[in-house]
Design a protein around this ligand. Structure first.
Ligand code: NAP
Ligand code: MG
Length: 501
């Protein structure tokens, strides 16, 4: 086993803002403390951007955009820098993974195998796409030529949460930068370290000053300043519905900037009586909610199961839950790490009492202690069975390792209960009948529907929600639509000179 905790102690942490190509402390010297969820101990004091710092970053971004140093650079130059950034992320894989795990509580194995490679692949994928997308020629009359071209928007503000800091950041900054925009990133207060490392790597990769800035700070201060800034053309946000809606207000009250929102979910896993492979289904259900201690926006937090297979599937789900290794995020063998913060821990634990109030059958639901880490924020894999989907447990996003189980009879009731949610991010259906699978996939109101699987995804497919889960899509080539605007250039060709001879 690598001694990650010892390596963490030796890290040189960058804690300053990154603005216009330079690391610097906040103008007013303010900082905020960042703690590690593995032991609740202070990692570092991080510079807290105020409105004046955000203003500097946005103005630098706008200047860089107008100068054309990136926005009008040869596409292959943008490609070269982004390829290098992706390579550097992989060359620095261990350090990035360690920062991510220390800061967020992700198991180090996941950070090394999933988060960093996934983020690096996303950067590379969008860079590869830069010179493979063609614009359009419209079907005009003979006397005209109309070009429909995609142009970068200008300054993009990216505001991201703490649950997958690097991956979600990459989903946003990679297409935005590839398309030629300048980006100002506001990481979550709980997880700024990997974003600041990314800024270092961007410098090393040759990103021009001002094109990419990182402004850690408090949401209500730095996030709001970005949301209200008149020179920001677009906000791309992932987080809670309440804050997402604030960004709509900020936009409406400032310059009417575009806002794309990804706002979490309460994703149903629908299991019908004819499910074929109960072991595979139970394993996917357990991993679908317990992975990353349930802090996943599309986590399969609701099991909607036919009563005829309830006992068989649930017995196996509970067995998988018990078998998972819950432990120190900095241990290679850990499968379930920590909850990101004390506040989130308290929120998750509060639902155990609510479940009892709502007469659910509670399996687990407690904080647990990991050897040597008494201050850590750990919750055991938890299942609330016999949940009334209409109650708080069935409706509210818990964002912890907590599965809510509601029993139904037949496909029609299953679909009705699955769709009885304010959210619509993802869903799955488990059935041996492909016709039933298609019919149900069409009915489920969700941005992603998995059939006989869960949480398989890649940058190649779009990701985002219906209903309260938000608007806009991250990933796939469609993400370019989010960071570009269409321009029509209509050219009058007059009479053909060939007619004048
Ligand atoms: P959040 O408050 O929505 O935070 C998301 C981002 O918005 C962070 O960068 C945050 O900064 C910033 N922010 C917060 N308040 C703001 C404000 N008034 N104006 C502008 N920006 C603001 O989410 P959270 O507190 O991290 O988590 C709360 C709940 O949201 C979770 O329990 C979960 O249910 C849900 N959630 C969903 C996702 C998802 O992927 N969809 C991810 C995380 C959480 P600070 O970090 O400084 O607050
Ligand atoms: Mg932290």
């Amino acid at each position: 086993m690598s001694n990650w905790a010892a390596r963490a102690a030796e890290l040189t942490l960058e804690t300053r803002l990154f603005i216009d190509g330079e690391f610097r402390v906040a103008l007013d010297g303010a900082t905020f403390d960042s703690f590690s969820p593995r032991d609740g101990k202070l990692i570092a004091a991080i510079s807290a951007a105020g409105a004046a710092d955000v203003d500097l970053a946005v103005r630098a971004a706008a200047r860089a955009f107008e100068s054309g140093v990136w926005s009008r650079a040869d596409r292959r130059e943008r490609q070269r820098v982004l390829f290098r950034l992706s390579e550097l992320m992989l060359e620095n894989l261990d350090e990035l993974a360690l920062l991510e795990s220390l800061d967020s509580g992700h198991p180090i194995g996941d950070s090394r195998r999933v988060d960093v490679p996934n983020a690096a692949r996303t950067v590379r994928w969008y860079a590869e796409a830069i010179d493979k997308i063609y614009d359009e020629v419209a079907p005009t009359p003979q006397n005209a030529l109309a070009l429909v071209t995609r142009e970068a928007l200008g300054v993009v503000g990216a505001v991201v949460p703490w649950n997958y800091p690097l991956i979600i950041t990459a989903w946003k900054i990679a297409p935005a930068l590839a398309a030629g925009n300048s980006v100002v990133l506001k990481p979550a207060e709980l997880t700024s370290l990997s974003a600041l490392k990314l800024a270092q790597l961007a410098v090393e990769a040759g990103m021009p000053a001002g094109v990419f800035s990182v402004v850690p700070g408090l949401g209500a201060v730095a996030g709001q300043a970005l949301g209200r800034h008149p020179l920001v053309d677009k906000i791309t946000f992932t987080g809670s519905p309440a804050v997402g809606r604030r960004f709509l207000s900020y936009a409406g009250e400032s310059n009417g900037k575009q806002v794309a929102l990804e706002l979490g979910g309460k994703s149903p896993q629908v299991v019908l009586a004819d499910v074929e492979d109960i072991a595979a289904c139970a394993s996917a259900i357990a991993w679908g909610i317990f992975y990353n201690a349930g802090q996943t926006c599309h986590g399969g937090s609701r099991l909607i199961i036919d009563e005829r297979v309830h006992d068989a599937v649930l017995t196996e789900v509970l067995a998988v839950g018990r078998s998972l290794v819950l432990g120190d995020p900095l241990d290679d063998d850990t499968q379930i790490g920590a909850i990101a913060s004390q506040i989130q821990l308290d929120r998750v634990l509060a639902y155990t009492a609510i479940a009892r109030d709502e007469s659910a059958v509670v399996h687990g639901g407690n904080r647990v202690t990991v050897d040597g880490l008494s201050g850590g924020y750990f919750v055991e894999p938890t299942v609330f069975d016999r949940v009334d989907n209409a109650g708080r447990i069935g409706q509210e996003e818990i964002f912890g390792p907590v599965l809510s189980v509601s029993t139904v009879r037949g496909a029609a009731e299953a679909v009705r209960v699955a769709n009885d949610s304010a959210y619509g991010l993802a869903a799955s259906v488990w059935t041996a009948n492909i016709t039933t699978a298609h019919a149900i996939a069409r009915e489920l109101r969700a941005g992603t529907v998995w059939v006989n699987t869960f949480d398989v995804a890649d940058v190649i497919t779009p990701f985002g929600g219906f209903k309260a889960s938000g608007s806009g899509r991250d990933r796939s080539l469609h993400a370019f639509d989010a960071y570009t605007a269409l321009k029509t250039t209509w050219i009058n060709l007059g009479n053909s000179p060939l007619n004048n001879d």
